[in-house]
Write a protein that binds this ligand. Structure first.
Ligand code: ADP
Ligand code: ZN
Length: 726
């Protein structure tokens, strides 16, 4: 407690782009504690901040002002405050901006809505009774107030009958705060009987929850081995101890199967947290969480910043997924920060994946993390049989991409009443449109990208900035008519090709364009489960997590796509993705088949998939990284300099290069034009800083940037542990 007479000033962290907390005076009658939300003057406006208690660089407010008032809401828990400190330090982001993420729903700080309720006044005089008054009086009681609307409905009277009874002294009226709309998951309801290998791991995770100690476990297992069932038991354990559980899932907005399973098991929905929620949904959720009235939250990365009071376990499902990396604003990796969050609360964290990242595997190798492995699919089905099709030797007509082998297998699958999926990680119809006359390629005016044709929309679209224009057959460069040609396939074009071969097969294109939200995915999942769709043609959106019992053939149209970019993790990521895609095939009784089409059958990724040699691939990949000193064996920080004015960006890059530290502990690569040279009209230049693992690379970068004067029209973004190298 910060006592008014002992300390006059307190630090308040405000959710704006400041590095530290500001100092404010406390009025005599104000009792404030660390974590309290307070309204403070800031320049000409007033903002809500949080009383801060860690060592921070106090920026003196020009003239110290008084804290206006304390907001009526529970304090931001200590663990959340330390987490904000930590994330800001690690990601080199202004601490105020990290707080802003934790306060993502300002409206949640408003006084909660109250409604009027009626209570029976036991000591009152006699009144004239009517039938409707009698009905009301039969329902109310002296112990607790009943909301007026609810009472009126139950008694089948109008609200005026109730207010009249109040005037007559029969009822008292009072404000009641609405209870949290969230139900408590029933953790006592029995789960499935676990197999032996499942039970052993589940027991270990539950013991960790019971011990209430920080520890990291990797739960690895082939797709369909029951990883979700196993970690659900650990959630039950946390609930039984009165603790909260946080589950991070990539693509949570589309994880309807996960939610359905949760509901079937626990009798209610968990709290879902992602960016597509409405403000009022967020508000209710945030408030219920800080009040400790919520048990299970499943969310996207931003759920990490929710003000949990009493967290008992963190689960990070699909831990290898690169969508855990936030690339804008505060740039952080939710997988890594999830581990930090658990450490701060001294609780276990479980990383879950069929294809763990090299980072995580390295940590299990060195004994930092525990490693558990589910080796068998629960259904008993074997892993699918994978065949590699060498596209260099396939007789293909031009503008066709499906090999005769794959066509044959598709036919067999449809004939036997089973389902197939064609995977191509490219939305739209064609990635490039060019003029056959003049060679002009249609590109984005704001980005250095080609526009992607979307035939279903009749438009050409930029996948970076969303710019689009109506598709036309006339070249905008030379004016030639009927000259525009689509180059290469996207899923829409593959659908067209299949249509010509199997016109009667029911198909569904599945991409982020066709799935707009939870209801459209529920519908689709239902359709697939009911076998009303025979063929899915989709991007990675359909590759993850789903369990479709009838699906027995997966065809990868172009396995080489992800290998082309050649960034640090291209091989690793392609292997993960294709392994996951393959895992969709044959998850139930019927065994599955996978066909991988490639022009690079000798590429280690493709070879590993063909031979089923995951360990061997990972080993070789790890060796490569180690020999180059790359993550997870070394550290990287990327600097991205950008400006609408390319000369200004260049000048800053030159200046940074001039004052770059001459330090044997770090290696600075660049400046170099970013592969995505222009994005949304901003010119981009990159540096990559590399160091050994034990070096405090943030400190080196901080010292470097401190000495540099950066004009306001240039942005310098710091990306610690970069995932994206574009
Ligand atoms: P993973 O998360 O490893 O892909 P899931 O947990 O989704 O695997 O399990 C795959 C399927 O097997 C699901 O339908 C799940 O309900 C079922 N399953 C897994 N373990 C059991 C079990 N012990 N008893 C009954 N069904 C199980
Ligand atoms: Zn663009």
């Amino acid at each position: 407690m910060i006592k008014k007479n002992i300390i006059e000033d307190v630090s308040v962290l405000v959710p704006v782009k400041f590095a530290g907390a500001l100092t404010y005076k406390v009025a005599k009658d104000q009792d404030l504690s660390a974590g309290d939300f307070v309204l403070v003057p800031l320049g000409s406006r007033e903002v809500i901040g949080v009383v801060w208690d860690s060592q921070v660089e106090y920026l003196e407010a020009d003239k110290k002002k008084y804290i206006k008032e304390k907001i009526e809401v529970e304090a931001l828990p200590r663990a959340s405050r330390r987490f904000i400190d930590w994330v800001a330090e690690y990601t080199m982001a202004p601490k105020g901006l990290v707080l802003k993420m934790a306060m993502s729903v300002p409206k949640a700080l408003d006084k909660p809505k109250s409604i009027l309720g009626a209570r029976l006044n036991p000591s009152s005089t006699k009144i004239r009774m009517t039938e409707s008054r009698r009905r009301v009086l039969a329902i109310v009681n002296p112990e607790s107030a009943i909301p007026l609307q609810e009472l009126a409905k139950k008694a089948a009277v109008s609200v005026s009958v109730i207010t009249k009874l109040h005037q007559l002294g029969k009822l008292t009226l009072e404000e009641i705060i609405l209870p949290s709309p969230f139900r408590v998951p029933d953790w006592t309801s029995p789960g499935p009987t676990l197999s032996n290998e499942q039970a052993i791991i589940s027991q270990a995770l539950s013991t960790a929850v019971e011990k209430k100690k920080f520890e990291v476990s990797l739960l690895e297992g082939v797709p369909g081995s029951g990883k979700t069932e196993v970690y659900t038991e650990a959630i039950c354990k946390a609930l039984s101890l009165g603790k909260q559980a946080l589950v991070l899932l990539p693509e949570i907005a589309l994880s309807t199967q996960w939610l359905t399973r949760f509901r079937q098991r626990f009798g209610c929905e968990p709290i879902v947290w992602h960016s597509d929620l409405t403000i009022s949904q967020r508000k209710v959720a945030w408030r219920s969480i800080i009040e400790g009235r919520v048990q299970v939250v499943v969310g996207a990365r931003s759920a990490l910043f929710l003000p949990f009071k009493n967290l008992g376990i963190v689960i990070i499902d699909e831990e290898h997924d690169s969508s855990f990396k936030q690339e804008e604003g505060v740039i952080y990796n939710a997988r890594d920060m999830g581990i930090v969050r658990a450490r701060i609360s001294d609780i276990p964290v479980c990383l879950v994946s069929a294809t763990p990242s090299l980072e995580t595997l390295n940590n299990t190798d060195t004994g930092k993390y525990k490693r558990f492995n589910l080796e068998h699919r629960y259904s008993g089905a074997g892993m699918p049989e994978i065949s590699i099709v060498d596209m260099r030797h396939q007789p293909l007509k031009s503008n066709n991409w499906i090999s005769p082998d794959l066509i044959k297998m598709l036919g067999e699958t449809f004939d036997s009443g089973q389902q197939a999926m064609l995977f191509l990680n490219r939305r739209g119809y064609a990635p490039l449109t060019l003029c056959r006359k003049c060679g002009f390629r249609v590109h984005c005016p704001n980005c250095s990208t080609w526009l992607v044709e979307h035939k279903l929309l009749g438009r050409l679209q930029c996948h970076q900035c969303g710019y689009s224009l109506v598709a036309s057959n006339i070249c905008s460069n030379c004016g030639a008519a009927d000259s525009m040609a689509a180059c290469g396939p996207g899923v829409e074009r593959i659908a067209e090709e299949v249509d010509a071969i199997f016109p009667r097969v029911t198909k569904e294109i599945v991409t982020s364009d066709t799935l707009s939200g939870p209801s459209s995915i529920s519908e689709l999942v239902q359709k697939i489960e009911d076998l009303r769709v025979q063929l899915l043609i989709g991007t990675q959106i359909i590759a993850k997590g789903y369990h479709f019992p009838g699906l027995t053939l997966v065809g990868v149209v172009d396995a080489d796509l992800g290998l082309a970019g050649g960034d640090l993790r291209a091989s690793e990521r392609t292997h993960q993705l294709l392994y996951q895609v393959a895992g969709r095939s044959g998850r139930a009784e019927n065994s599955g088949k996978v066909v991988i089409q490639t022009y690079m059958p000798d590429n280690p990724v493709i070879k590993a998939l063909g031979d089923g040699n995951k360990e061997g691939f990972l080993h070789a990949e790890a060796n490569d990284r180690e020999s180059m000193g790359m993550p997870p064996f070394g550290r990287l920080v990327a600097l991205i300099i950008s400006s609408k004015d390319n000369n200004a960006a260049d000048a800053v890059a030159r200046e940074l290069n001039r004052v770059a530290p001459r330090d044997n502990n770090i290696e600075i690569l660049g400046p170099a034009e970013a592969p995505l040279r222009i994005l949304r009209g901003w010119y981009r230049i990159r540096f990559l800083v590399k160091s050994k693992k034990e070096v405090n690379i943030q400190k080196k970068v901080r010292n470097w940037l401190v000495g540099c004067n950066i004009p306001s029209k240039v942005r310098v973004m710091v990306d610690v542990d970069p995932v994206n190298f574009l």
